[in-house]
Design a protein around this ligand. Structure first.
Ligand code: CMC
Length: 432
């Protein structure tokens, strides 16, 4: 069977430009429109990038219609069931599941990089007492570029590896320090005998005055959540990291840009927004009036944790998280939690409501993750930093994939359709 070809035709002049196809392993091919401007003096217009590929990538594949999510070819449900976050991080970075020795070496390297420079720790003192942890995370991760500027050559694979390990190792330490700053508690140093998620729980919840024992069920639940959040191909924050990184900037600064993009409620900030929404609705009896607002276009109210740009059937991560959510609540004896009951009522109504069915709006990963975080005692403003910790793996992998391309990355530079004033003559102040 011959593959189809595509061309763009100027209907008035008949002038035609063939669009070469960029074929992938799975999913639709991309029509290369790079020469359209040169040949037809025409831009392609796709705000929101609904049909536009910005790069080729071998890391993650999503089939939104079928609810498929693969990391390096492996279905995410299999990884969540059998793997660990650190093993998945290795897979995402290196492309293959590690053997025993490679996994041990990787884990040891991550453990060795968990501490942050003592002067970086002092940066937290500069933030106001009520600073949002995402603001601190953005600022402090950006500041890492000041510590590693002269040892970071983006073209050197060894330097890229050190950056990747440092970033993955230090992000929980920085997020936990932001948490401690917010609550006015002393900073807890990492304990490198603990696994990745247990260490994070320790840094967040331990205090110097008494012993702290990590709940293995909580650590396992976090580990699964982190696997599910580790990467999601060219989402807004990853695309931000790639765009910033395409300029050749310091990679820590590129990650800080990604963290800033993640914070928005349409993206990673949705987990925090879901809990705020549940708080505003209050009780199950207020659900119908809230739903009426959601359906009213003029209200500007959305059902947070519902809908996804790519998943138009179901979010495979949400299915796994929903199950985890019940497990964790049962373990913690919080099954009758009124907010969970409210969330489940919203879910039931939305799944059977024509407004949501017609628009293919299903619960996404953030609908349930917030409920688990809350049950684990993690405060609402730390939900998005938790997402950031997991997604750091994806950001680092995408940055590395882009920078390691032969010849280095081409700077990302979108065009626009200009809708401003046409050319006009300057008027002197007295004549305006
Ligand atoms: N509640 C009510 N209506 C919605 C919602 C929602 N959550 N999401 C989309 N719609 C409606 C929207 O009003 C539009 O209706 P119409 O066709 O009548 O104008 C239609 O569905 C299509 O929406 P869209 O805004 O064109 O969809 P999008 O692909 O641009 O946006 C989204 C995707 C995730 C930003 C959006 O669904 C949303 O705002 N959801 C709530 C926020 C959220 O949960 N975000 C987390 C996403 S998953 C985690 C992550 O990737 O970070």
């Amino acid at each position: 069977m011959t593959s189809p070809t595509y061309s763009l035709v100027n209907d008035q002049t008949g002038e035609k430009v063939a669009l070469p196809l960029v074929q992938g392993t799975l999913g639709p091919a991309g029509a290369d429109v790079g020469k359209v401007y040169d040949k037809l003096d025409l831009f392609t217009y796709d705000p929101g990038f609904t049909s536009t590929c910005s790069c080729k990538s071998a890391i993650t594949f999503i089939d939104g219609d079928k609810g498929v999510l693969l990391y390096r070819g492996y279905p995410v449900d299999q990884l969540a069931a059998h793997s660990s976050f650190i093993e998945v991080a290795y897979l995402i970075l290196h492309g293959e599941l590690p053997g025993k020795a490679a996994l041990e070496e990787f884990e040891t390297s991550i453990r060795k990089h968990t501490m942050i420079n003592e002067s970086l720790k002092r940066f937290f003192d500069g933030f106001n007492y009520d600073a949002h942890p995402m603001a601190m995370l953005t600022g402090v991760v950006g500041s890492l570029s000041a510590f590693y500027h002269d040892t970071t050559n983006n073209r050197d694979p060894k330097h890229r590896e050190i950056f990747a390990h440092r970033m993955i190792a230090k992000i929980p330490t920085i997020a936990a320090a932001a948490f401690k700053r917010f609550f006015g508690q002393p900073f807890m140093y990492p304990q490198n005998h603990l696994d990745y998620c247990s260490n994070l729980l320790h840094m967040m919840f331990a205090v110097p005055a008494e012993p702290y024992h990590v709940d293995p069920v909580a650590a396992k639940a976090l580990d699964i959540l982190f696997i599910l959040h580790a990467d999601h191909e060219q989402n807004a924050s990853t695309s931000t990291v790639r765009l910033a990184g395409s300029t050749g900037c310091n990679p820590y600064a590129a990650i800080a840009a990604g963290i800033a993009a993640l914070w928005g409620p349409a993206h990673g900030g949705a987990n925090e927004a879901v809990l705020k929404m549940l708080g505003e609705i209050g009780t199950v009896k207020n659900v119908p009036s809230f739903m009426a607002k959601v359906k009213d276009k003029n209200s500007g109210v959305r059902l947070m944790g519902f809908g996804h740009r790519v998943y138009k059937n179901f979010d495979p991560r949400a299915t796994i998280i929903r199950e985890q959510c019940h497990k964790v609540l049962k373990h913690l004896g919080k099954e009758g939690d009124p907010q969970l009951e409210l969330a489940l009522e919203l879910e039931n109504i939305a799944l059977s409501d024509d407004y949501f069915k017609e628009r293919k709006l299903y619960p996404n990963v953030d609908f349930y993750s917030g409920i688990i975080y809350k049950a684990l005692g993690i405060p609402v403003n730390m939900f998005t930093p938790m997402f950031a910790i997991a997604r750091t793996v994806g950001w680092v992998a995408h940055w590395t994939e882009m920078v390691a391309e032969q010849g280095g990355p081409r700077i990302g530079r979108p065009r626009q359709v200009y809708v401003g004033a046409p050319v006009r003559e300057y008027k002197a102040l007295g004549a305006r």
